[in-house]
Design a protein around this ligand. Structure first.
Ligand SMILES: Cc1cc2nc3c(=O)[nH]c(=O)nc-3n(C[C@H](O)[C@H](O)[C@H](O)COP(=O)(O)OP(=O)(O)OC[C@H]3O[C@@H](n4cnc5c(N)ncnc54)[C@H](O)[C@@H]3O)c2cc1C
Length: 400
């Protein structure tokens, strides 16, 4: 064996999984198709992620929080409203305040490129992880004792188990013959960052508009990350706008909430779909992150699901190793542990998006009333705050 595990895909989930498993004593070979330095360029990924409190706890255990110092914005409040684009906003809103659930931030916002850099540096410093990138993987060969990954122009790599963290279009998933069910949404999302005059005070805003949510998510230094979901036609048109017109459209959407507002980063557009793998395990292979499940960004939970996969994997691998068992034939707990949680979250975000992204009058009035009612029911609010923080259910040890 070259290592206990081979992880294919050095995205945010694959990097975290490598560090989590190494933290629990496993040796890891991490393979990625792209040069990691390309991943760090400003033009690679403009997204910022809301990392749930429990996921951030894992980053504390792994020492990533220190590497992120100065780049993490706590989310202390979430304000949910419903309205019309650039016009009427319902007075019935829902306000989640972290003081109602133990005075801990519900999550932490950070730019993906900052998190990626911190994770890559930690991987480089970790003697239990060997990263090979860029590599071109040509195939796999699985035997009763091990799994071998063939790499173009390089030696094969052999390990007990293969972890596929190679994203939504996973080569490993396809090679393993694992099917997916996909629901495309008639929506796309623009992501960009804005700088504003007034402070956001750690508040995340989700404004539900008829074509999709408009989210304003707090970042450090009086900046916010925007996730603007709309019809593909509207997003394509917004992407084509010259800078000053795009800035004017954003300013119209903000109103006078934060004083003067202007974009301070490029725009990125993402098509949206729900995609679930039919199985997470096949022989010595396990799927994690977007390779296993990709969901609507409406609740900012896609990456968090992958991070919970990584934490669960670290416990499953630790249990097998510490009992002297073959890791690759003792992965079944991953399916048991993660399948239910992932499917519930995927289904809820799908229902949530359908309920809020439409202009059907009775549904519109009912959901506005629902938001107003929920605002008055404190126990229900505490439940949702804990859910957003990822604190429900049986948590893997690194999330505790
Ligand atoms: C607009 C938007 C906003 C979002 N906001 C949030 C949020 O606030 N919070 C949240 O939790 N989630 C959010 N998400 C979801 C989140 O971004 C994804 O779930 C997450 O980035 C998936 O990470 P991953 O590592 O699984 O996959 P990826 O980031 O796709 O990484 C896959 C890696 O595998 C490598 N790879 C691919 N193919 C191969 C191959 N054949 N061989 C070797 N390597 C390969 C790639 O180079 C890449 O490094 C958002 C998503 C979108 C679209």
């Amino acid at each position: 064996m070259d290592s206990d595990l081979i992880i294919i895909g050095g995205g945010l989930v694959g990097l975290t999984a490598a560090l989590a498993c190494a933290h629990k004593g496993a040796s890891v070979t991490l393979l990625d198709a792209q040069d990691p330095d390309e991943h760090l360029k400003a033009e690679f990924d403009g997204r910022a992620s809301a990392i749930a409190a429990s996921s951030f706890q894992m980053y504390r255990h792994l020492g990533i929080d220190e590497r992120l110092a100065g780049h993490v914005q706590p989310i202390t409040d979430i304000l949910i409203t419903d309205g019309e684009t650039g016009g009427y906003i319902s007075p019935l809103s829902l306000h989640f305040d972290s003081q109602d659930a133990g005075d801990q931030p519900m999550g932490f916002m950070m730019e993906n490129r900052r998190l990626r850099r911190a994770l890559l540096e930690a991987v480089k410093d970790n003697p239990k992880i060997r990263m090979l990138a860029p590599v071109h993987i040509t195939g796999f060969d699985e035997s009763a004792a091990a799994i071998t990954v063939q790499i173009d122009g390089q030696d094969d790599v052999i390990a007990s188990a293969l972890i596929a963290a190679d994203g939504r279009n996973s080569f490993c998933r396809k090679q393993s013959g694992i099917g997916v069910s996909t629901i495309p949404y008639k929506q796309k999302a623009i992501v960009t960052t804005v700088v504003h005059e007034k402070p956001h005070e750690g508040t995340a805003h989700e404004l539900f508009l008829p074509n999709g949510p408009f989210a304003i998510l707090p970042l450090t230094d009086n900046r916010s990350s925007i996730v603007w979901t709309d019809t593909p036609e509207a997003i394509d048109a917004a992407m084509a706008l010259p800078e000053h017109m795009f800035a004017a459209e954003l300013a119209r959407r903000f109103g006078n909430m934060y004083g003067q507002v202007g974009p301070c980063a490029p725009r990125w557009a993402y098509p949206l779909s729900l995609q679930m793998a039919e199985d997470y395990i096949k022989g010595r292979r396990v799927l994690i992150g977007d390779a296993a499940h990709a969901i609507h960004p409406i609740a900012g939970q896609g990456l968090n699901m992958g991070l919970r996969d990584a934490a669960a994997l670290a416990d499953v691998v630790y249990n097998a190793r510490s009992n002297g068992l073959d890791i690759g034939t003792n992965l079944d707990d991953m399916q048991i542990w993660r399948n239910f949680d992932n499917r519930i979250l995927a289904a809820s975000t799908d229902i949530f998006n359908r309920l809020f992204s439409n202009n059907i009058a009775p549904i519109k009035h009912a959901r506005r009333l629902g938001l107003g009612l929920m605002d008055k029911i404190k126990p229900a609010q505490s439940f949702f705050i804990k859910e957003a923080a990822g604190l429900h259910g049986e948590l893997p040890s690194l999330l505790q």
